[in-house]
Each structure stands twice: as structure tokens, then as C-alpha cells.
Write a protein that binds this ligand. Structure first.
Ligand code: NAP
Length: 253
């Protein structure tokens, strides 16, 4: 069991992208990491790289109630306090306009990005409130604030994350528990490969000729938010690659 003088971060979606880079960043900074995701083989590789004394792993599907309960049981067994929950697991599926979108894609995004994130939060929060300290960092997106064609339900799920984060702040006033929503723009991870249902070529084309954010940029932001003194709460942090910006509103005839 881990010694209680090290801080513990529970990361969802640690098998890839932002979650994996964050696991590495936190271990580098001396934290203990509990890395979770559905792909156990990826978690095992991560544990091998980071050392079993620094990185605990547990399979987790945030859309499955039993899997969340198992995780809570596992954490209780560790007999440590949780300093940080990084609610990072999430996905975009498809880029079709709303009238052509696949309903199954919509459902999976809502179940993962909205219901899964809310249930994970609800499962972990009582422990943090009891300890009178803790931090929930949610990974939202610029898509939760700014619309773009094809973002339809994905953007709406991230708007949920943005408002849920602010509402959590309201509920948690006086508890010592902090809440942050990090809202990244274009970043190169497995995100586009998942969005295009495994089409690697199409996914790669998104990042051609541009310099997107990389997972390590987000991990830095997560760590920065987490390492502020305890009287400082970063409510929202929005970041984009320099190559990404805004367009005028569309006007059609
Ligand atoms: N990349 C971007 O441009 C971008 C921009 C803004 C926001 N975001 C958000 O950032 C977060 C991380 O994305 P990423 O870019 O790092 O993409 P990624 O490389 O595809 O990683 C997504 C992670 O989520 C996990 N995941 C997906 N469904 C899950 C489920 N049902 N239960 C548990 N874990 C699940 C995946 O693990 P398993 O498949 O092993 O379960 C994976 O580890 C997401 O919330 C995404 O919406 C990404």
C-alpha cells in the first residue's frame, strides 16, 4: 500500500493522450498515480514504464456502474486520501452534420463525456468532502464554448462539463474541495483516430501542415492547476495552439 505522505491523483483515460501524459508528469513530480482506462494492456505498459511503486492501475469503463463501484472499492482498500481526480476520459465520434449523424455515436458521447464524468465525480466527491480537501480537474474543450460544424453533440457534452464544473464550485463552497475545467483546442492524440472510427489517414490529415498542441502541453496545464496553493482555485483554463483561431460568423443566402 502507498505511503500516505505522497499525493494521489486518480486519472481516467490514462491509456492514451492527455491522461497518459498527465500520469507521467505527476509521477515525475513525485505524486502517486492511479491510472485507469478500459485497455488494461496499455495500463500495464504504463505501469512498467513508471514503476509499480509510483503507478497503480485499475481497469475502468466510466459508462459502467459496476466498474465505477469496483474502482471506489479499490481506492478504499488503498487506505489513502485522494488529492486529485482528473476526469479526462472522453471522446468525439463523427463529424457529420446533425441531420446525418449516427445516433449511436451521439449516445456513446453522452454516456461517456456527460454521464460517465458525472458519475465518477459523484463517486469520488464524498471522500474529498469528508477529508475537507481535494481537487477535481475536468477536461472540457473549446468545443464547449465555441461551435463548429460537425461538433453538434460533442460540443454540447463539453458545454455540460463547463457548466457542471462551475456548479460544482457553487455546491462545494466551504468544503476545501477545488474544481477546475481545462478547455483545450486542437491537440494531437488518438482523439481524431477515435473520432473517425479508426481511419488513421483521415485522422492524420487533421494535423498536417499545422502545429497542434501535444498531450504534454495539457499535462503541464493540469499539473499547474493542481499545484497552486490551496487557497487558489483556477475555475477555467482555455488553451489553443497558436495556429488555431476564430473565424467570422457564417452568413448564408
Ligand atoms: N485531442 C483534442 O484535440 C482534444 C481537445 C479538447 C478536449 N479533448 C478531450 O480530452 C480528453 C482526452 O482526450 P485525448 O485527446 O487524450 O484522446 P485519446 O488519446 O483518444 O484518449 C482518450 C482516453 O479516454 C479513454 N476512454 C474513452 N472512453 C472511455 C470509457 N468509456 N471509460 C474509460 N475510459 C475511456 C481512453 O481509454 P480506453 O479506450 O483505454 O478506455 C483514452 O485513454 C477527452 O475528454 C477529449 O474529449 C481532446
Amino acid at each position: 500500500m502507498p505511503s500516505s505522505d505522497r499525493k494521489l491523483v486518480v486519472i481516467t483515460g490514462a491509456s492514451s493522450g492527455f491522461g497518459m501524459a498527465s500520469a507521467k508528469k505527476f509521477v515525475e513530480q513525485g505524486w502517486l498515480v492511479l491510472a485507469t482506462a478500459r485497455r488494461e494492456s496499455r495500463l500495464e505498459e504504463l505501469q512498467k514504464e513508471l514503476g509499480a511503486e509510483n503507478c497503480y492501475i485499475k481497469r475502468l469503463d466510466v459508462t459502467n456502474d459496476e466498474s465505477i463501484s469496483d474502482l471506489v472499492g479499490f481506492i478504499s482498500g488503498m487506505q489513502v486520501e485522494i488529492d486529485l481526480l482528473l476526469n479526462n476520459a472522453g471522446l468525439a465520434l463523427g463529424l457529420s452534420p446533425a441531420h446525418q449523424a449516427d445516433l449511436n455515436d451521439w449516445q456513446t458521447m453522452i454516456e461517456t463525456n456527460v454521464i460517465g464524468l458525472a458519475k465518477m465525480t459523484r463517486a469520488i466527491l464524498p471522500m474529498m468532502v469528508e477529508q475537507q480537501r481535494g481537487h477535481i480537474i475536468n477536461i472540457g474543450s473549446i468545443a464547449g464554448t465555441y461551435p463548429y460544424p460537425g461538433a453538434n453533440v460533442y460540443g454540447a457534452t463539453k458545454a455540460f462539463v463547463e457548466q457542471f464544473s462551475l456548479n460544482l464550485r457553487a455546491d462545494l463552497a466551504g468544503t476545501g474541495v477545488r474544481v477546475t475545467n481545462i478547455e483545450p483546442g486542437l491537440a494531437q492524440t488518438e482523439f481524431s483516430e477515435v473520432r473517425f472510427h479508426g481511419d488513421k489517414e483521415k485522422a492524420a490529415s487533421i494535423y498536417e501542415q499545422v502545429e497542434p498542441l501535444v498531450a504534454e502541453d495539457i499535462a503541464e496545464s493540469v499539473y499547474w492547476c493542481a499545484s497552486q496553493p490551496k487557497h487558489v482555485n483556477i475555475n477555467r483554463l482555455e488553451l489553443m495552439p497558436t495556429c488555431q483561431s476564430f473565424s467570422p460568423l457564417a452568413i448564408t443566402s
